[in-house]
Design a protein around this ligand. Structure first.
Ligand code: NAD
Length: 487
């Protein structure tokens, strides 16, 4: 059967300078599924090498005009994008729920995050000081020095499927604010969301060629990353692929920002409010069905409160309603795809075969038939070498382990080559400060859920990546620092 027939949603292989292009090869593409039913709801065509080349050339051709506009005028466009996303909230949220199976609250939060990101960078564009030439004071008064922040040029933006709308906003907003033009490569699993964003950007006045899109899987991402006219790559995805992207970038010394995986810890001290700790543990491990780079899937609990915590966690996990988005009290949706569920199940099986013990797990709602659902699982006291303790599972599997001293908790939390985030649940300010300093993580939450603000930069240490997104650092990551010394 020709998969492209009978599809209400046929997504083009590429959008280049405002024009949509189909796949050059029939059947080059992949089906888009409703994650909650497993039904095919669309077809994503894939770009070929010539289309990737044309997209990068379009971004290159549009580069100077966009860069030379005033930051304030770029900011007007960014704020307009935020307004149009807000006006389209219901449609965007509903598409996000369909392709990822996210519960309505989570899908709505994604829309809100995208709006906040475009608003924030729109606001930064109005801050003339951030873009102004800065005087550099020199110890020689016969010359003067200047510092300039100038757009890097053409940015290749490669994003995964777990927070498509948010990750795309985190890249496009600062890139456009800085004066860069872009070629976006969405995940082939969730691209309908980015296609909607592309229409919004056009309606908001983003000129043709400033944001181009190429669709497809890893081969298309690799072609884009390797293109000689790309000046910077901003990649979010797995550490394994991030490594390849960095190797590719090395060829032309392209600038890179890499937001990669994680294996983060949530520490519950003896003074914690246990109800609050359980709520943070559930949010940290099972939001987006655990498919979060920031998942705090290693839960480290003080001995004195361990039993109480585990008992309360069990009640919460058993009450965690796993269901499609339309079920009223849904708390957790499906995984994004059949392949992802198989990957998570395989890791779980491997961990169990190696001695890990399931303490308890949740259950699926009766409405879960057909989709890519998986119940949340809690592993108690795994061996420190067990794969479920050491590796990113990217699914609803959390491990709980006990500790006696703060030093022991810190050592357990830091016993990983990743370093994205950490959560500490404590009411002791002094202890919180010690943990904040000692934990190797780009962002530490103290006694709060995983709050994310565009003002606060995001990024990790070690295998979790290089560079920072969001905040002023996110803007600067799309600029080159240049100087002049004048007689
Ligand atoms: P992935 O690495 O398989 O793919 C990410 C993107 O890269 C996709 O668009 C994919 O098509 C593309 N790609 C694949 N091979 C490529 C190649 N050789 N060259 C260029 N591009 C290529 O990751 P995924 O499975 O889509 O997402 C899950 C991973 O993303 C997890 O490891 C997760 O931790 C990570 N992640 C990190 C953050 C963060 O901010 N640190 C945020 C979200 C997800």
């Amino acid at each position: 059967m020709n998969m492209r027939e009978d599809r209400s949603l046929l997504l083009p292989a590429a959008t280049i300078a405002g024009t949509r292009y189909g796949a050059s090869v029939l059947e080059s593409g992949n089906a888009i599924h409703d994650a909650s039913t497993g039904d095919v709801i669309g077809w994503q065509e894939h770009a070929d090498a010539a289309q990737v080349d044309a997209a990068v050339r379009a971004a290159h051709a549009a580069r100077d005009a966009w860069r030379d506009r005033t930051p304030a005028s770029r900011g007007v466009v960014l704020r307009r994008i935020a307004e149009l996303i807000a006006a389209d909230r219901a449609r965007l949220s509903s598409m996000q729920q369909k392709v990822s199976g996210k519960p309505p609250l989570e899908a709505d939060t994604d829309v809100s995050d995208a709006i906040a990101t475009f608003e924030y960078y729109g606001g930064l564009c109005a801050d003339a000081a951030l873009f102004a030439v800065e005087k550099v004071s020199l110890p020689d008064d016969t010359v003067s020095g200047e510092r300039h922040h100038e757009a890097v040029g053409v940015a290749a933006l490669i994003v995964p499927w777990n927070f498509p709308m948010v990750t795309t906003a985190w890249k496009i907003a600062p890139a456009l604010a800085a004066g860069c033009t872009a070629v976006l490569k969405p995940s082939e699993l969730t691209s309908p969301v980015e296609h909607m964003l592309a229409d919004i950007m056009t309606a908001a006045g983003v000129p043709d060629g400033v944001v181009n899109i190429v669709n497809g899987g890893g081969e298309v991402g690799a072609l884009l990353a390797a293109h000689p006219l790309v000046d910077k790559i901003s990649f979010t995805g797995s550490t394994a692929v991030g490594r390849k992207v960095m190797q590719t970038a090395a060829e032309d010394m392209k600038r890179v920002t890499l937001e990669l995986g994680g294996k983060s810890a949530l520490i519950v001290r003896a003074d914690a409010d246990i109800g609050h700790a359980v709520a943070l543990a559930i949010g940290g491990a099972f939001t987006n069905a655990g498919q979060m780079c920031s998942a705090t899937s290693r839960i480290i609990v003080h001995d004195d409160v361990y039993r109480k915590f585990i008992a309360a966690l069990e009640v919460a996990v058993r009450a965690h309603v796993v269901a499609p988005p339309h079920v009223g009290n849904v708390a957790m949706g499906p995984l994004v795809s059949r392949a992802q569920r198989e990957r998570v199940q395989a890791l779980l099986d491997e961990g169990i075969a190696d001695g890990a013990r399931i303490a308890f797990s949740g259950a699926l709602d009766s409405a879960c038939e057909g989709g890519f659902f998986m119940a949340p699982v809690v592993i108690a006291e795994p061996d420190a070498r067990n794969v479920l303790w050491t590796d990113e599972v990217f699914g609803p599997v959390a491990c709980v382990i006990s500790f006696r001293t703060d030093d022991e908790a810190i050592a357990l939390a830091n016993d990983t080559r990743y370093g994205l985030v950490a959560t500490v649940v404590t009411r002791d300010d002094e202890a919180a400060r010690r943990y904040r300093k000692a934990l190797r993580a780009g962002l530490v939450w103290i006694d709060t859920p995983q709050l994310i603000f565009p003002q606060v930069s995001w990024g990790g240490l070690g295998l979790s990546g290089i560079g920072r997104e969001l905040g002023v650092a996110g803007l600067r990551s799309y600029q080159e620092l240049r100087h002049a010394i004048m007689a």
